[in-house]
Design a protein around this ligand. Structure first.
Ligand code: NAD
Length: 320
């Protein structure tokens, strides 16, 4: 991995210019990803692993600390592949080939031969810091270490890979590939660099996401980045409207669905994202900016406390 080239100004480089800066060595690095590692086989990790196997046709080691989550994730991948075959979106051979590329594992040690790792564990800072400090030790020196975090600072995650902040050997290869949910359907992915991220790492992340068939947007390492900085206050406001009786659930979702041409209203979308994830992101926006406009709604907190996390727990604003 190339050393960090002075202070990064890349965050402020317009995306058109960034494409021109795209180096052939980064393209080669993305092409040369011979094994992807994905940490966390939940809804995001599973989707990332599946799309990488199907579109980039790269072998994937899918790691989850819970055997139950791993089994559930692999079964869900098989279900999604079978659905794609039944709808003639892919052939049975393509489905079989993608399934054969997925290798489940329960330990991070399984990532010792990964060229590119994408972490998708729950949005808990200490958990991510711990995983990145381990990945920096376990993965090969050339491996790119990406996080799917929705809101945690990439600079802080990168800092967790080293005891010596002046040594950027590991921190320069940390980047964010923030996929949108559901990964098999949404084309967008935000690529975010921390202060330490090298240009080569950033370019390789953009190139690998393109190899997965995605359309990358580059954003600065700022609370919520672009997508959640805009989306989460919108969802939070919808929850506050519900809580304070401005409108009922169906009216809130219907007006946004039918008024702004989105496929689902904000409360249904919150259920799909997971209310715990929505709350965690609002907390980060609130705490890191100190701006009261990001205060999480009381009902959002209460629903998470009740364990009503949306689709994944069977109950949220809707029943599943
Ligand atoms: N849900 C969304 O819409 C969405 C969208 C974009 C980004 N994200 C981000 O993606 C990440 C994952 O979110 P998700 O919705 O897939 O969560 P999830 O709860 O569905 O899945 C997380 C998985 O990580 C596993 N895990 C927990 N600790 C682990 C460890 N130490 N090692 C390995 N695996 C571990 C869990 O068993 C679980 O299977 C979060 O950072 C979230 O903010 C979520």
């Amino acid at each position: 991995m190339a050393p960090l080239a002075a202070t990064r100004h890349a965050l402020r480089v317009p995306s058109q210019l960034r494409l021109r800066l795209f180096s052939t060595s980064s393209l080669r690095a993305a092409q040369e990803v011979k094994r992807l590692g994905v940490v966390g086989a939940g809804q995001m990790g599973l989707g990332i692993a599946l799309v990488a196997a199907l579109r980039a046709q790269v072998p994937v080691t899918l790691v989850d600390s819970s055997q139950k989550s791993l089994d559930k994730g692999v079964a869900f991948a098989e279900k999604l592949l079978a659905k794609d075959v039944s709808k003639s979106r892919i052939t049975q051979e393509q489905a079989d080939a993608a399934r054969a590329l997925l290798t489940p594992a329960t330990s991070l040690d399984g990532l010792a031969d990964a060229d590119f790792v994408i972490e998708a564990v729950p949005e808990i800072p200490a958990l991510k810091f711990d995983i990145f400090s381990k990945l920096a030790q376990i993965c090969p020196q050339h491996a790119i270490l990406a996080t799917n975090t929705s809101s945690i600072s990439i600079t802080r995650i990168a800092a967790s890979t080293t005891q010596d902040p002046t040594d950027t050997t590991n921190s320069s290869r940390v980047v964010s590939t923030h996929f949108m949910n559901p990964v098999p359907i949404q084309k967008g992915v935000e690529i975010i660099s921390g202060l330490q991220t090298s240009q080569e790492t950033l370019d390789a992340a953009v190139a690998f996401c393109k190899r997965m068939g995605k359309i990358p947007s580059v954003s600065a390492d700022s609370p919520g980045f672009l997508a959640n900085r805009i989306l989460m206050p919108y969802i939070n406001e919808a929850v506050i409207c519900l809580d304070t009786g401005v409108g009922d659930r169906d009216s809130i979702d219907a007006i946004m669905k039918n008024g702004t041409n989105v496929p689902m209203g904000p409360l249904q979308l919150a259920d799909f994202i997971g209310l715990d994830t929505c709350l965690a992101i609002m907390k980060v926006l609130h705490e890191e900016t100190g701006d009261s406009k990001y205060r999480p709604g009381i009902l959002l907190r209460n629903m998470v406390d009740a364990g009503w996390l949306g689709k994944k727990s069977g109950k949220g604003f809707y029943d599943y």
